[in-house]
Ligand binder design. Structure first.
Ligand code: SF4
Length: 367
């Protein structure tokens, strides 16, 4: 029977309980949902710091000191038919977000060159629309992916919304796509609170088509939308179940004009604790900190790695700015981390790292 937080307080200090669970993960074991919830409920800052230290140890054990960097290109902006309440690109809300049609080859080639210059592993093509169906738009998307693959300066990834048939996923694979960003966004329970135009199940179905096609999965979510700690744990457990390769964690950056514009931000220690809990649940995965880190963590950004993160989205997000890439690279060097992530290294550890964009922008995932 799993121990509850109350039990752990009476039977052993939280510090020892964290160490017990941390050692189990380091030794190759797993923690249960209840145990993850125990960790997520820790309130005391000193205990949270212990938890972060274990998150860091687990990251080092399974990911070494390599940090995987990704960037994105906004391939089609705004006027999305979906109503994700965190997203500036939904047509349902009045925001300042730009609107334009599908991207030409030149900006994509520029993004590839910039990525190469900054040791960025992958460039993700991200489109704000419901999803991809067979037809001329899919042809154009596949052309762009093929061009990215031929360009060869960085890995071509994509985040193009819902996929409703196996044939579409197979076409993307044929074009040269290796990883697709498609966030679950939140727990199954909380999902209808922020989106009613499609379902959690639609997202799971998309992921299944992609996996059948042999495309790696970049899937995570957004925290700070008003969800409970339980929802965050359930999201991580679901990601463990679908065996996502890369797990982006976005932190809500409330956008004026969206239903979440007045959402109270999560305290930085709560964000760092969540990253550590994800690392405990997903010890071998690439946990990527994506949108919202600068605005929510401010001077504490570098602590994401000491909490267990192993990947970072760099460059600007879809609708908001990030800090300059040079600053991120300096931060990694100062921490003794190596942004020069390479495939050989990843393959040695486990076949579960890929270049990818995260499925999201500032909040705003993709489609
Ligand atoms: S998150 Fe994606 S699907 Fe949802 S509104 Fe924004 S662009 Fe559309």
């Amino acid at each position: 029977m799993s121990m509850t937080l109350a039990d752990s307080i009476t039977e052993m200090p939280v510090r020892e309980r964290v160490a017990e669970l941390g050692q189990r993960v380091l030794d190759g074991g797993q923690i249960s949902r209840d145990e993850a919830l125990e960790l997520a409920q820790i309130e005391n800052n000193a205990d949270i710091m212990d938890l972060l230290a274990w998150g860091n140890r687990i990251r080092e054990r399974f990911k070494g000191n390599k940090i995987h960097l990704c960037s994105i290109v906004n391939a089609k902006a705004g006027a999305c038919s979906e109503n994700c309440s965190f997203c500036a690109q939904s047509a349902a809300y009045q925001t300042e977000s730009p609107r334009y049609g599908f991207v030409d080859p030149e900006p994509v080639a520029e993004a590839m060159s910039e990525a190469k210059a900054n040791d960025v592993t992958a460039v993700g093509l991200v489109a704000a629309w419901r999803g991809l169906k067979e037809g001329p738009m899919l042809d154009e998307v596949c052309d762009r992916i093929r061009e990215m693959k031929e360009n060869g300066q960085s890995r071509p990834d994509a985040s193009l919304g819902l996929i409703e048939s196996q044939a579409v996923a197979d076409r993307l694979k044929e074009a040269g796509l290796s990883c697709y960003g498609h966030n679950l966004e939140s727990s199954r329970r909380f999902f209808p609170e922020h989106c009613t135009t499609h379902t959690f199940e639609d997202r799971l179905k998309t992921i299944q088509f992609l996996k059948n096609a042999g495309i790696k999965i970049c899937s995570g979510g957004i925290i700070g939308m008003g969800e409970a700690r339980e929802d965050r744990v359930d999201l991580a457990m679901q990601l463990r179940e679908i065996d996502a390769n890369v797990v982006p964690i976005n932190i809500l950056n409330p956008i004026e004009g969206t239903p979440l514009e007045n959402q109270k931000p999560l305290p930085p220690m709560e964000i760092l604790k969540t990253i550590a809990v994800f690392r405990f649940i997903l010890p071998r995965k690439e946990i990527m900190i994506a949108g919202g880190r600068t605005v929510n963590l401010r001077d504490m950004q570098s602590m994401v790695f000491t909490a267990g993160a192993s990947a970072l989205m760099v460059g600007n997000y879809l609708t908001t700015l990030n800090q300059p890439v040079e600053k991120d690279l300096q931060m990694l060097r100062d921490l003794g981390l190596d942004p020069d992530w390479d495939n050989d290294f990843a393959d040695q550890l486990a076949d579960e790292s890929c270049g990818s964009r995260c499925g999201c922008d500032d909040n705003a995932t993709t489609a």
